[in-house]
Design a protein around this ligand. Sequence first.
Ligand code: NAD
Ligand code: APR
Ligand code: ZN
Length: 237
Amino acid sequence: NDQLILKIAEAMQKSQKTVVLSGAGMSTESGVPDFRSKDGLWFNMKPQDVATVEAFEQQYDTFHSFYQQRIHDLKQIEPHIGHKTIAKWQQFNLVDLVATQNVDGLHEMAGSDPVARLHGSIRTFHCADCQKAVTEEDFLTKQCPECGYGRVRPDITLFGEILPQRDWETALHEIKQADLVIVIGTSLEVYPVAELPSLTSGKTVYINKEAPPLASAFDIVLEGKAGEILQAIDRAL
Ligand code: NAD
Ligand code: APR
Ligand code: ZN
């Protein structure tokens, strides 16, 4: 692995444009469960029951309590050293953009900027009927202050919905132009994000606890924990 760590550090120093693409595996070391690991969210709940448009429309109470729990759990959560390392690289122009599937806001809390939020944010809310931006309080009380009856939801992308246009376009454009794309903590199971790394003309690096089939298409594959590997790369820079 030391050789691969050095290769990544060299590629970062040579790269004119570097994009980091992250998934839920980037947040597990902060105590946020991912989706498809052994103790992931999709082993206690079915995505169809809480993460689809149908779930929102047809079983709002199940939907609501799932996100109420996730919002509550996020209260005590902090970014870990891996988030902070990526934010530091952005400050030193070693990374140009963080594109994330995560809705927990941990990259932003660590100081990363810009961040393309490909699946939105669980920290802000809107009314599904009048589209008004509302507060967490309005979500918790299930009450839209504007139209009074609309169902309030977090600003996340549910399965079956299109992704936030501006964030998607930014990530797509930057990844296509990148010399280096570093993918961290995602199973690459969900489209259209899973397709992004294959669209770059630059080098691709996959850092993940396990290496699913799509990983074989990467120039460098490092199996392991995000926090440890990011620190090792940082020491090699
Ligand atoms: P999909 O991956 O094809 O996505 C369908 C729609 O959801 C797309 O229009 C896309 O824009 C949108 N989307 C993309 N990423 C999203 C995200 N992170 N959150 C919410 N919506 C997103 O989904 P599908 O083909 O309808 O299959 C259902 C999904 O459920 C699969 O993508 C898979 O990830 C998941 N799934 C998980 C398990 C498991 O974890 N055990 C089993 C079956 C399916
Ligand atoms: N370090 C590195 N990799 C990790 C770590 C860690 N500490 N913890 C978990 N992983 C890996 C897991 O092995 C898994 O392959 O991260 C990956 C997380 O994959 P998923 O749980 O599928 O999460 P993600 O890829 O972000 O899911 C995509 O699916 O349900 C939707 O909206 C949801 O945005 C999410 C999307
Ligand atoms: Zn409303």
